[in-house]
Write a protein that binds this ligand. Sequence first.
Ligand code: NAP
Length: 293
Amino acid sequence: MENHETPVTVIGLGLMGQALAGAFLKAGHPTTVWNRTTSKAEKLVAEGAQLAPTVADALAASSLTIICLTDYQAVRDLLGTSDIELNSTTLINLTSGDSAQAREAAQWAEQRGAHYLDGAIMAIPSAIGTAEAVILHSGPQSDFEAHSSTLEALGTITYLGADHGLASLYDMAGLAMMWSILNAWLQGTAMLRTAGVDATTFAPFAQQIATGVAEWLPGYAEQIDSGSFPAEVSALETDARAMAHLIEQSEALGVNAELPKLIKAMADRSIAAGHGAEQYPVLIQEFSKSSSN
Ligand code: NAP
């Protein structure tokens, strides 16, 4: 079991890396840091961090290293040189990327003898070190458990499973949620502004709708998981008629109708395939198809 005296290394001191290292220092961990641009370590060194002269020294200083760079290519460029020893290090890569990159990085690091966990940070730098900062991890459970008490210095630490790609996939799924909610709100705001209703006035109503819809998710998820979509609330063809109204209303007001048209096109395909009398989550079948052919 690790404690507050467990040494940690942080490689990459951009906005996020500085916050990560700062949180470890604040929690009392002896913290070694390295960054390509050395000056970014100054504040952390003043707070008690050790600046390693080389990446290899940084890795050797602790059995646990967190790396957080711009992208996976940067990680590969930095750690891929022959003088870097990863043998028996635990490397936790909190760099953002996709699931294929995470799985490839895991394979590469494990071939070089490292224990590798991938991660995704669902927070901004100022939240790091607070419960608000959700940090997702995936990879071997034993590696996660060996270091979870140290990682707790960073925020709310979540383990998702052995597949290294899961943290990135959850990250992307979170982005899908975030943009869909924001875009729907912008659509509504654009329509209401034509009637002189400003965004601030609409925002509390929009929040109420978003919260209400969020409450449907567990029940709808059960339908998706069971593959059965009885229309308990409304049928997809009823929803499709409402989508047509939304498109007509948007066009009549002179606001952009691309988003509702996109969703209506998916609903129409599902209805054409015979699912009009089923409930909205049946659209998972459309979302699960590739759009590239
Ligand atoms: P940043 O401020 O731009 O820092 C990028 C870091 O990567 C710097 O330390 C930079 O070193 C280093 N780097 C880039 N290419 C390198 C290379 N070839 N060799 C060595 N070091 C290299 O970015 P950030 O905000 O810290 O973000 C870092 C990661 O966290 C990204 O993947 C980002 O998506 C993720 N993230 C960020 C946030 C956020 O709000 N900032 C939130 C969630 C996730 P130099 O200082 O020498 O340039």
